[in-house]
Every structure is written in structure tokens, then in C-alpha cells.
Design a binder for this molecule. Structure first.
Ligand SMILES: Nc1ncnc2c1ncn2[C@@H]1O[C@H](COP(=O)(O)OP(=O)(O)OP(=O)(O)O)[C@@H](O)[C@H]1O
Ligand SMILES: [Mg+2]
Length: 234
């Protein structure tokens, strides 16, 4: 179906438990992301943006029986196993709020890591290496391939994290505050990279608390009181 959303959250609830107490962070979030969109998710700190991204990426699951995540119309598997691995590793690319690069691996090795995982698309090592080098080159990191993350600036680390998220050619990039820890100029460079990939057909879901950053997206929503709200276009 042409108008079937690529990625959907359907009446999703998520509660965190602390002993006897529960805090319901998401209270029935409905969200549909269509192929080719660039969606910005706004919301104040603690509103549940990262929580929603983790659910969309299959890194965590909604409360039992309270909503589901669908990819191309089908609920994503919540059972650990090959189907969930393949979804996380191949269908989506995830950029974490704080990079999460492995410190003992080089830039090139960090980028290649998802491609060596069991569910990855099958490509031989030489091809993969060429693809990773091309990706890192396009991101201005060709002179940094054998550096470790600790030797890089914040903007460079974020570019490695995005390259790693793209190496398996996902349909959707989920980016949690991709510019949150960067100065305005460096952040603008990251957004230019995302814009270029978006022009080439990548679907992007991006969390931000910054309205100017959100304005780069094609559509914006806001999390308020655990539910999604449409942002009025100004
Ligand atoms: N693993 C967890 N265990 C318990 N509570 C959690 C957990 N993760 C998040 N929370 C709580 O859920 C709420 C939403 O957190 P979340 O990280 O999704 O917010 P956010 O919108 O991403 O915030 P920020 O803009 O600061 O990144 C917060 O009150 C947080 O303390
Ligand atoms: Mg967050």
C-alpha cells in the first residue's frame, strides 16, 4: 500500500517502575512516520523522547498489552531472537544521545561493527571496508580512520555515530538529539549531513529540544503529558 506508514507507534504506553511506584512516561502515543519523511520530535526534558526512540528502535518494549510498534505495517517482534536482531541491525539505524562509540575500537572499526553482526546484510569484508571508508570520507573523516573516539571532537564523534548507523543502509535513521551536545556551527554541519541523506531517500526521525533544529525537518510533533501533539506551523 502506497500510503502505509513505514514506522508506527500505536497507542503506546510505557511505565518505569521504582519499587512499588510506577511512572507512566508515555500514555498512548500515536505516531506514523511515512517513507521519505524527516520528522522532528520535540518535548521538554523528561517528556519521554528518548523512551519513545528506544521503543521505535526495538531497544525496549511498550508496557505489556498496551500498544505496539509497527514496521511496514507489521508489529515488530518483541521476542529476543533473529527477527528482532534483524530489525535493529538492518531496518533501522540508531544514533544515541551520547554517541556510545566503543573506546577501544578505531573510527573505521566502530563504523564497521554493525555490518559484522549476525543479521547484517551479507557483503564481503573488502566491500564493506570500501563502503565504510566512502561513508566516512563523505563525512569528512577520511584522515581519522584509525583514530580512537577519545581523540576526536564531539562533532567528529557524532559523525562516526551517524556513519555507524548508516553502514547497513537502514530504511529509517532514529537520531536522539544528534546536535544536542554540539555548538551551533558544528550542529549545523551534522544537520547538513542528515539533510543530504534525507534528499537521497532516507527516512529520519530526530529528537531535539531546539525549535531551530526542528525547523530543518519536514514535520514536527511534540510530546506533552505522555502523548504526541501536532506542532502548529508558524
Ligand atoms: N530506565 C529508566 N528507568 C526509570 N526511569 C526512567 C528510565 N529512563 C527514563 N526514565 C524516566 O522517564 C522519564 C522520561 O525520560 P526520557 O529519557 O525518555 O526523557 P527525554 O524526553 O529524552 O529527556 P531529555 O530531553 O532530558 O533527554 C524521565 O522522568 C526519566 O527519569
Ligand atoms: Mg533524551
Amino acid at each position: 500500500m502506497a500510503d502505509q506508514p513505514l514506522l508506527q507507534a500505536c497507542r503506546v504506553h510505557k511505565t518505569y517502575h521504582f519499587g512499588a511506584h510506577g511512572v507512566e512516561v508515555l500514555r498512548g502515543v500515536d505516531l506514523a512516520v511515512h517513507s521519505g519523511e524527516w520528522l522532528a520530535v520535540l518535548g521538554s526534558s523528561g517528556s519521554g523522547k528518548s523512551t519513545l526512540m528506544h521503543l521505535l528502535g526495538g531497544l525496549d518494549r511498550p508496557d505489556a498489552g498496551k500498544g505496539e510498534i509497527r514496521f511496514r505495517g507489521d508489529p515488530i517482534s518483541l521476542q529476543p531472537g533473529a527477527a528482532l536482531d534483524a530489525y535493529r541491525n538492518r531496518d533501522i539505524g540508531f544514533v544515541f544521545q551520547f554517541y556510545h562509540l566503543l573506546p577501544e575500537l578505531s573510527v573505521l572499526e566502530n563504523t564497521l561493527l554493525p555490518a559484522f553482526v549476525r543479521s547484517a546484510r551479507k557483503r564481503d569484508r573488502a566491500t564493506l571496508r570500501r563502503e565504510a571508508e566512502a561513508l566516512l570520507g563523505a563525512f569528512g573523516l577520511d584522515h581519522r580512520l584509525s583514530h580512537r573516539p577519545s581523540q576526536l571532537s564531539g562533532g567528529e564523534r557524532q559523525r562516526v555515530a551517524i556513519a555507524r548507523a548508516l553502514i547497513n543502509r537502514p530504511a529509517v535513521l532514529l537520531a536522539d538529539e544528534p546536535t544536542g551536545n554540539l555548538d551551533a556551527a558544528t550542529g549545523a554541519g551534522i544537520l547538513d549531513l542528515l539533510a543530504e541523506r534525507h534528499r537521497q531517500g532516507l527516512t529520519v526521525v530526530m529528537v531535539t529540544h531546539d525549535r531551530e533544529v526542528a525547523a530543518r525537518a519536514t514535520r514536527q510533533i511534540r510530546l506533552v503529558n505522555g502523548m504526541s501533539d501536532v506542532v502548529e506551523e508558524s
